[in-house]
Design a protein around this ligand. Structure first.
Ligand code: F0G
Length: 462
């Protein structure tokens, strides 16, 4: 059989409220033309994020009922710690309420003002947490990452030569850690090869610099290694993931992605002294080290999810469902990031709307039009997200203008995805009509979450 089915049955359903185009036109204006500000119940298909939006399994819900809510030393903590240690292989595990809390604690200890932190591409919270400590996040994606239409297996790789140059230029002691984000979310959800993880790890070891993984989508990354990297096809995904982690000194993790949890995260290290410092900070802001910012039931759900995500039938379906949307859009001529990544399809808004300049936010225009047209909520990953330097207040175009259609895990069926496909094709047909936006109000840090926009008169309806 060549049809790849959803390897699960649906046991509980949640109704979707259908809206009209007229309602949506009003609602998005009330939301300041920012999909983040919409009420979720006004959204038909919510592709804002794959984070915390997964459907949990019957086993996951059953585990929630087993949650031990003791303040210290709960049974759930030991189950969680054991699961993380077995899947990730790191000795010290620090639970946090989500990924960015792990980042804040790690960078709060390691990053000093003036430090430089390289990554393939920093996610927005990673970037902001480094900047909040006075550090400079530097993106070193491989050359292939800059060309959305290019078909290459590992566009999430870091440019290792650029890393060597950065280390030589930064001077001793200026780089407190090197990071790799698997998969590379802000770079289009593209995987990082095992060869690249090995190469970056070797550079880090040679320079005596700690090497950390931002591991949110580690299982999807390991699946792509299995599918795309020579010599890896016969290995279990779990072994590949363990090897990837064995090359690092620690990781930050948001359990809201590849652990199917609705909330949670953690920080891992092999360094006992660093773990002690992390736990001191944890107590200050997150909680006691055997629960971090989490309830016992959250720890239980994560312990189940970390093993479920390594199920290869699930991973095959996951990659196939994302590729289904990406490949059909591509075949119809819609500019998308190629090849399909794991958790999302990325529309190339710069090529989709070549008549809208970057500083008029083509990705934001496209995302609001997807909402107006079909009630689809997507997320701009472009100049709104990355264009502002929070220290100088200067704005410049982001390297890529993407609109992310993130696919929540196990939530939408193929007919939902067909609806997204049809809607996107219709917006594409009508793309000349879309125009530019200006920001009317925005904070300095992470402005994309709360900014308000208005249409630039004369640029719409052409
Ligand atoms: N690192 C990466 C690569 C991420 O994608 C995210 C979150 C985080 C760190 C932070 O984790 O949300 O648990 O604090 N990404 C979500 C997204 C929000 O929509 O891609 P968090």
């Amino acid at each position: 059989m060549k049809t790849i089915i959803e390897p699960f049955r649906i046991k509980t359903v949640e109704p979707i409220r259908l809206t009209t185009a007229a309602e949506r036109a009003r609602l998005i204006v009330e939301a300041g033309l920012n999909p983040f500000r919409l009420r979720a119940e006004d959204v038909v298909i919510d592709l804002l994020t794959d984070s915390g939006t997964s459907a949990m399994s019957a086993e996951g819900w059953a585990a929630i009922m087993r949650g031990d809510e003791s303040y210290a030393g709960a049974r759930s903590w030991y189950r969680f710690q054991d699961a993380v240690q077995r899947v990730f292989g790191f000795e010290h595990v620090v639970p946090t309420h989500q990924g960015r809390a792990a980042e804040r604690i790690l960078f709060g200890i390691l990053v000093k003002p003036g430090d430089v932190v390289p990554n393939n591409t920093h996610f927005d919270t990673t970037r902001a947490n480094i900047e909040a400590n006075g550090g400079h996040p530097v993106d070193l994606p491989c050359a292939a990452a800059a060309i959305p239409s290019l078909e290459a297996p590992f566009k999430g790789d870091m440019d290792v030569d650029a890393l060597e140059r950065l280390l030589a230029d930064s001077g001793p002691g200026r780089v407190p850690l090197i990071m790799l984000t698997i998969t590379n979310n802000s770079g289009g959800g593209q995987p990082v090869s095992l060869a690249n993880v090995r190469a970056v790890s070797a550079v880090a070891r040679r320079h005596g610099i700690p090497f950390y993984l931002d591991a949110c989508r580690f299982a999807e990354n390991a699946w792509f290694i299995k599918q795309r990297e020579p010599g890896q096809h016969d290995r279990p995904v779990r072994d590949i993931a363990l090897e990837v982690f064995s090359l690092a000194d620690g990781c930050t993790m948001s359990a809201k992605k590849d652990a199917f949890a609705n909330m949670g995260g953690f920080l891992c290290t092999r360094d006992p002294e660093l773990a002690r410092q992390e736990k001191d900070l944890l107590i200050l802001t997150e909680g006691y080290p055997t629960y971090g910012g989490l309830a016992g039931r959250d720890l239980e759900a994560i312990a189940v999810g970390l093993f479920e995500v390594l199920d290869e039938d699930y991973l095959q379906y996951r990659a196939a469902s994302t590729a289904y949307l990406c490949d059909r859009l591509h075949a119809a001529g819609v500019p998308v990031m190629r090849p399909a990544g794991g958790h999302a399809v990325y529309l190339d808004a710069r090529a989709f709307l070549p008549h809208v300049p970057s500083l008029q936010y083509p990705g934001q225009s496209l995302s609001i039009e997807l909402y107006r047209h079909a009630g689809i909520r997507a997320c701009e990953i472009g100049t709104v997200m990355f264009g502002l330097d929070p220290h100088t207040g200067a704005e410049k175009p982001a390297p890529l203008e993407l609109v992310r259609l993130a696919i929540p895990r196990r939530v939408y069926t193929q007919s939902h995805i067909d609806y997204v496909l049809e809607a996107t094709l219709e917006v594409f047909e009508d793309r000349d009509r879309l125009g530019g936006l200006r920001i009317t109000e925005a904070p300095r840090f992470l402005r994309h979450f709360t900014a308000r926009f208005e249409e630039i008169e004369g640029t719409w309806g052409g």
